[in-house]
Design a binder for this molecule. Structure first.
Ligand SMILES: [Zn+2]
Length: 223
């Protein structure tokens, strides 16, 4: 995978944001607009744009402006996701105030791997918006895989519905003793004092997943 510098990422994000703010998103963005947006001089914007075009991240039509090509678009969406996942995480999990998070996210967005961002997003059960109400891109940027977690590691909330991705042989045996078929989805109904889960399947079959067995259930949050 291509590596991007912080400056390149800031330009791609700026072009994306400017494109989005236009009436039609495929319209070209002027170099002056980019320079103003990033508070840099026009010559340095021009120089950077040439570099991004050379890397095939954007298309530069002289005198008309620029637009993102597919790799540049993808990277811009990733940086946006990184920024917004961090803002969400800082408010939801780290006790930050809403007005403190933007500055932190501006730095964190560049230093986070795709794996880290997808893990954080999954751990928070794939929020669709950040605390400011902006859309968090939902596409996966890491190995194009849905992240599986064990029921022990998943963030647990009563009412949460999980997609069952993989079960151990012990769980399959346990289910067949209960005369249950392997469920595709389970919803957490309550948590018992010893940590065991009372769950139901989509067919309304209810059963208890013993605490010690939760590690054997690989699940994915289901939206
Ligand atoms: Zn922000």
């Amino acid at each position: 995978m291509a590596e991007f510098s912080k400056t390149e990422q800031d330009y791609l994000k700026a072009i994306y944001q400017l494109q989005q703010s236009q009436e039609t998103a495929d319209e070209l963005v002027g170099v002056t607009d980019i320079a103003n947006y990033l508070k840099v001089s026009a010559p340095s914007a021009t120089e950077m744009i040439k570099r991004l075009a050379k890397k095939d991240l954007i298309e530069h039509k002289k005198y008309y402006g620029v637009c993102l090509k597919s790799e540049g678009y993808k990277e811009a969406r990733f940086i946006l996701k990184s920024h917004r996942v961090w803002e969400t995480f800082l408010v939801a999990k780290a006790g930050y105030d809403l007005d403190e998070v933007h500055a932190e996210a501006e730095n964190l967005e560049h230093s986070s791997s795709r794996k880290l961002i997808e893990r954080l997003h999954a751990l928070m059960a794939y929020p669709a918006t950040d605390p400011h109400g902006s859309e968090i891109p939902q596409e996966h940027f890491w190995q194009d895989e849905i992240i599986q977690l064990s029921l022990t590691a998943a963030s647990v909330m009563v009412g949460e519905r999980y997609e069952v991705r993989a079960l151990t042989a012990a769980v399959r045996e346990f289910l067949s003793e209960l005369e249950l078929s392997e469920p595709k989805f389970i919803t957490l109904l309550s948590i018992l004092a010893d940590g065991s889960f009372v769950v139901k399947t989509d067919d309304n079959a209810r059963f208890v997943i013993p605490h010690f067995q939760k590690k054997d259930w690989q699940v994915n949050y289901y939206k």
